[in-house]
Design a protein around this ligand. Sequence first.
Ligand SMILES: [Zn+2]
Length: 294
Amino acid sequence: MKQTNVRQFFQKFPTDEACLEHLFNVRFGQGHVCPKCEREAKWYRLTNEQAFACQWCGHHIHPMVGSIFEKSRTPLQLWFYAIFLFTTSKHGVSGKELQRQLGVTYKTAWRMARLIREHMAAVDGDEPIGGEGKVVEVDETYYGKTVKGRRGRSLDGKAVLVGMVERDGRVITKAIPDIKAVTLHEAVEQSVAKGTELHADQLNSYNHLDQKGYDLKRVNKLRDGWYVGPAGETVNAIENFWRHLKCSIEGTHTSVSPKYLERYAKEFEYRFNRRMRPEMMLDELLSRFPELDA
Ligand SMILES: [Zn+2]
């Protein structure tokens, strides 16, 4: 199946009204039991507010309440279109780009982009990866001005991300305050199931993960310009993810403050984790709102 194109998008969501109806249907739907009178109800669209009313008691449901669309004066169709742009872009969507495409102010565009990234992160979730018979690569990366020599230097102001990617599977990224063993071990233990074959480079902080239930393989031998482990183990997949993230940030955003780096990483994480079935992204982002259950 192919990804939705712009024409199909506007066929499916021709108006703000169609978007509101979509939101009502995916979150509640006809027959939804009324929270007030507790009866299965038909719901009628109110004309004077963006809400639906119970056929029995008139109770109102506002489909946007609690979602990223709440408290926004931006038309719902523009929101949906912004999300569409996030699903079709390979290198991310900047506030400037949204401003241009949607014709909203930069402030509005920036806020929309932030909320969409948070939504993508919530939908992606943080289910651990790996397990018996699975291979996971772990690696850390630095973001900030002129990092010379990664090892053993102060991180002064630079942002650090740790990433773990399962072979042919999902990636999980996290912002971390430092690269101490205790920090990296905690990140791995939160995100990678015990019993996993774990590939890590020679950073000392990864030492002793083999004592925490992982089959730790060190990638520390230079062969043909690449670091590999004794049996050819690599951390190439996670390094490729970092490379793509950094190139995209430079190309799309020029720069990103360390404070917001994790949000950008999560946007890329969301798309990476759906790289085998990108056609489901738009539907998923417009029908699942896990942040509402939090
Ligand atoms: Zn009712």
